[in-house]
Design a protein around this ligand. Sequence first.
Ligand code: ATP
Length: 167
Amino acid sequence: MPQAKQTKRLSQSFKYAFQGIAYVLASQRNMKIHFAAAVVILILSFGLDVSASQFIWVIFSIFFVLCMETLNTAIERTVDLVTTDYHPLAKLAKDIAAGVVLFATLFAVVTGLVVFTEPLLSIAEIQLPFPIEHMIIVLILCFLAAVFLFSIGQGRRKVRKAGKKDG
Ligand SMILES: Nc1ncnc2c1ncn2[C@@H]1O[C@H](COP(=O)(O)OP(=O)(O)OP(=O)(O)O)[C@@H](O)[C@H]1O
């Protein structure tokens, strides 16, 4: 393939990717929040004593959340292509896609806590009476427990509904 044609194809695919990202940013409130949070976190990283490896994790979590939100929107639009009417499977697909973003966001929050808590507290001359890792373990356990209890609640609701239908 001629070089000029190859370069044009490459620039076209960048253009389409930018169009996709611009659509997500323009249409999704959550993406705007993720963008704003990313800017604040990057500025914060500038002013605080953050090591190179910690910084890589911060960058990773920023892009992880942005990727998942973009993927979530692609799934939402694909579901809309299949049906815009109410359908339990459409609901399930969109809810699960939203769950992916929630997982990614939790990861980013945990990363932020690990990296920024100590430098921020040391500026304020505050010392935690417990290691930050303990707080994070409790936070993740609470999240897992909440998901577990919610899924039990959902299961019970389904059984009750099925019982009503049968009786
Ligand atoms: N076609 C559908 N059938 C059943 N439930 C749906 C459908 N579309 C959306 N929902 C429910 O509404 C929730 C919110 O959907 P949401 O508004 O985020 O999707 P959307 O309207 O397609 O996306 P956007 O935020 O871009 O407007 C979904 O998680 C799902 O529970």
